[in-house]
Design a protein around this ligand. Structure first.
Ligand SMILES: *[C@@H]1O[C@H](CO)[C@@H](O)[C@H](O)[C@H]1NC(C)=O
Ligand SMILES: *[C@@H]1O[C@H](CO)[C@@H](O)[C@H](O)[C@H]1NC(C)=O
Length: 244
């Protein structure tokens, strides 16, 4: 029973159209000229509904969209759903976080140890390569204390798109809070002045996009993904109501 459940859980993000996967607001940054070698961003998920329907997956991702069916998607996933909450030991109103690697569309590997995080947590999520350049490393840190939370190695290949995504599965009704990604830094292997334009999805907004070294390093001060609908939750520590 348990291995079966585990297999199902591990395969959740990106699974398939039959499961009713849909995407909402976000932002894509793509290079047609070079590749991405490192990314960093600080994520705050906002309030979580106490009883979300289906699964809600929030993630920054690194991949090659054209090779979606064969390539690896590097994605640290912040998720909401009652089953995963049990698995990561979250209290009501806490999210679960875990580094995943989605291989093509059907199979995922994941850091075994999922962690519970608060709605106002600031999590630094870093994607880098192992020193030999062969594999990707996903590191999560508590941005306030600097404490390392997870350090997961898995996934291979050159990557050309970094994106901020909102993914809904199994009838999830959408976010009820604003997600914020701050102080994002994306390093390319070579300059690409076109990279910073980005592609907006839905109602996401960005501010403070700057570049250094002729477009090799890109910084984005803030990415804001507004709530899809209104909702109220309680902060797991204080019990205080948090609105969208
Ligand atoms: C996509 O996959 C093909 C086949 O493996 C590979 O030749 C190509 O370089 C990949 N594209 C990118 C942008 O990595
Ligand atoms: C994380 O894992 C990578 C790859 O195994 C390793 O090089 C790095 O030192 C680790 N980082 C920390 C802080 O442990």
């Amino acid at each position: 029973m348990i291995p079966c459940m585990l297999t199902l859980l591990l395969a959740i993000p990106w699974v398939s159209a039959q499961l009713g996967v849909s995407f909402s607001s976000g932002y894509d940054f793509f290079t047609g000229k070079t590749e991405i070698i490192r990314t960093e961003t600080t994520f705050t998920p906002g309030a979580m509904e106490l009883k979300p329907k289906g699964n809600l997956f929030l993630w920054p991702g690194l991949w090659v969209p054209a090779n979606r069916t064969t390539g690896d998607l590097i994605q640290t996933v912040i998720s909401a759903d009652s089953t995963l909450a049990l698995e990561c030991g979250a209290k009501k109103g806490q999210w679960c976080i875990a580094p995943y690697v989605m291989h093509g569309v059907a199979y995922a590997d994941r850091e075994r140890r999922q962690l519970a995080i608060d709605p106002d947590a600031k999590i630094r999520i870093i994607y880098s390569k192992t020193t030999d350049g062969a594999k990707w490393v996903q590191t999560t840190l508590d941005a306030t204390t600097g404490k390392m939370l997870q350090n997961y190695t898995g996934g291979t290949g050159k990557k050309v798109q970094f994106e901020f995504s909102t993914e809904l599965q199994y009838g999830n009704l959408g976010t009820t809070s604003t997600q914020v990604y701050e102080d994002t830094v994306i390093t390319l292997a070579a300059p690409d002045m076109a990279f910073g334009k980005g592609k907006r999805k839905g109602s996401a907004t960005i501010e403070g996009v700057t570049s250094e070294q002729e477009g090799k390093i890109w910084k984005i001060k803030k990415v804001v993904i507004p709530a899809m609908r209104s909702g109220v939750a309680n902060h797991p520590a204080t019990g205080k109501e948090i609105h969208g």
